[in-house]
Design a protein around this ligand. Structure first.
Ligand code: NDP
Ligand code: BG6
Length: 520
């Protein structure tokens, strides 16, 4: 399959914080890939801006080194890189002072899109917005891109929204949640709303429960000082997991456009039932095998911040009444794997004598690695031996579907930046969504802080704390296992043969149902 690359209009993209970690690791290598794919117009320019003194050549060298360190296969393209670097400029600027602003104003061109990426800490967002305005650098068509974290609670998010709204309209503000730029996340909408198959089943009549897992193997690494003030609830649940939940649960929007999609997501967040303490498990990874503990990593021996969270929530509306949504995320877990699993209800009755297994359809949507989806279905085991049932996945791995052309598929940041240039806000969070998400997480965080709640410790390289297992076991369900990779292996009849999960991994554990005899 050949993916189409649609060039965007010409632009001047200013990256405030253009020398920082995010810019070097994600933004610039991503833009180089878009350049190589032919998506960037001939005269598009990227302007790095930060306080460090350097000239264009110095910045080009910095980014060449970043592509060398963080780029993929494209770094072998020396000629392409040289051309790309020619598009780069640099302006030393202080977000809090006046230095550099007249120079930036003089550099900007008329007649092209002006986009400003705030790849700096949130404490500078208001200063940048104000100076772009007072130095007349931004116009009505300009866009600003703001990074997470968007506040640390409702009050600070409201303040940030107000600071930005003082100089920019909501249609100009692009709040990044890079999970929305992931290929599978968009495919989730395509699958739900582009097929007749799923929507009739997408409700409490047919869905038993939904699991959302975002598991990481890395610890907090060098981000300890930020993370220890944040924790998994603020760092992952309030934004990334919440967005996944919204896309899974929202009503079909009348059209796939920014405001209709975001209106529907907002309704989901507002319908979330308040979290009760017994519905949440917090964890913190311990030291093991010479690796540091969370507390070592953040250099805070008394830290009560969580590096893991598991929770159960409900959405109080007609579609989802009674259907639990289980969310979990954590660092230093068994494997880097993220998926959403829609676990359908049991058949209720089997016509096959001797079939004692519970056959459940599960739609597993894999965000990473090995992006794709599979639908677990029951079939007859091929060959002789009577009617013996086996569960197998109908597998759609995007890499297989896209074939050799998949290199063209942009990663989340690339896709989102191109959407900014196109003026498409669908995959960005609106101000009211962010505030509603904080309004939901604030009370539970305030509760932990008030009672000095201590997270459970868990061993690295595991599924997280035991209590997280209990959260589901109490409901007669279990988490799908966090494991290394999706492997396919044949299974004997009447077992789950997909290779993703063993029979004992069955996410629901009702009493085993016996086939009914005629006349019963
Ligand atoms: P860094 O600390 O690595 O970079 C900060 C950048 O901002 C540097 O270029 C710095 O350069 C510049 N800067 C700092 N103060 C000023 C100022 N007063 N005026 C102008 N420029 C300034 O941060 P990251 O790149 O890691 O993060 C940037 C943003 O992205 C943050 O909001 C972060 O939360 C978010 N983010 C980062 C992720 C990551 O993986 N790194 C992931 C998700 C979000 P200089 O000191 O020379 O001015
Ligand atoms: C970031 C979080 O937003 O997402 C990090 O701040 C986390 O703590 C990262 O590691 C995970 O992103 P991805 O794309 O690697 O799953």
């Amino acid at each position: 399959m050949v993916s189409r690359v649609i060039p965007v209009d010409s632009f001047d993209l200013v990256i405030f914080g253009g020398t920082g970690d995010l810019a070097r690791r994600k933004i610039l290598p991503g833009l180089f890939r878009r350049f190589r794919s032919g998506q960037m117009p001939e005269d598009a320019r990227i302007i790095g801006a930060a306080r460090a003194e350097m000239d264009d050549e110095g910045y080009r060298q910095l980014i060449a080194d970043a592509v060398e360190e963080f780029g993929g296969e494209e770094k072998a393209d020396a000629e392409g890189l040289k051309q790309f670097l020619g598009r780069l400029h640099y302006v030393p600027i202080d977000a809090k002072g006046d230095g550099g602003w007249p120079e930036l104003a003089a550099l900007m061109r008329d007649g092209v899109i002006r986009a400003f990426y705030f790849s700096v800490g949130p404490s500078l967002f208001g200063d940048l917005a104000e100076r772009l305005h007072t130095h007349s650098i931004a116009d009505e068509q300009s866009r600003i891109v703001v990074e997470k974290p968007f506040g640390r609670d409702l009050a600070s998010a409201q303040q940030l929204n107000a600071d930005l709204a003082a100089h920019f309209g909501e249609h100009q503000i692009y709040r990044i949640d890079h999970y929305l730029g992931k290929e599978t996340v968009q495919n989730l909408m395509a699958v739900r709303f582009g097929n007749v198959l799923f929507e009739p089943l997408w409700n409490s009549h047919y869905v038993d429960h939904i699991q959302i897992t975002v598991a990481e193997t890395v610890g907090v690494g060098g981000r300890g000082s930020y993370y220890d003030q944040s924790g998994a609830m603020r760092d992952m649940v309030q934004n990334h997991l919440m967005q996944l939940l919204c896309l899974i649960a929202m009503e079909p929007p009348a059209q796939y456009d920014a405001d209709r999609v975001r209106d529907e997501k907002l309704k989901v967040i507002r319908a979330l039932q308040p979290l009760q303490p017994h519905q949440v498990v917090r964890g913190q990874y311990d030291a093991a095998g010479g690796d540091p503990s969370y507390r070592d990593d953040v250099e805070n021996p008394r830290s009560h911040t969580e590096s893991f969270i598991a929770l159960k929530t409900h959405i109080a509306n007609w579609r989802w009444a009674g259907v639990p949504f289980y969310l979990r995320t954590g660092k230093r877990l068994k494997a880097r794997t993220s998926e959403i699993a829609v676990v359908f209800k049991d058949l209720g009755h089997t016509i096959f004598e001797g079939d004692t297994a519970r056959h459940r359809n599960i739609l597993a949507i894999r965000l990473q690695p090995n992006e794709g989806m599979d639908l677990q279905v029951t079939i007859k085991e091929p060959g002789p031996g009577g009617m013996r049932l086996v569960d197998v996945p109908l597998d759609m791995t995007f890499a297989d579907a896209l074939g050799p052309d998949q290199e063209q598929v942009p990663d989340a940041y690339e896709r989102l930046i191109m959407d900014v240039i196109r003026g498409n806000q669908t995959l960005f969070m609106r101000g009211d969504e962010v505030e509603a998400a904080w309004a939901w997480t604030d009370p539970i965080i305030a509760g932990w802080e008030a009672r000095h709640d201590v997270p459970k410790t868990y061993d690295p390289d595991t599924q997280g704390p035991e209590d997280a297992m209990m959260l589901m076991h109490r409901d007669g369900r279990r988490w799908r296992e966090i494991r290394e990779e999706f492997k396919r292996r044949p299974g004997p009849a009447t077992t789950v043969g997909s290779g993703i999960h063993d029979p004992e991994d069955d996410p629901v554990q009702p009493p085993v149902q016996q086939p009914r005899k005629a006349g019963e």
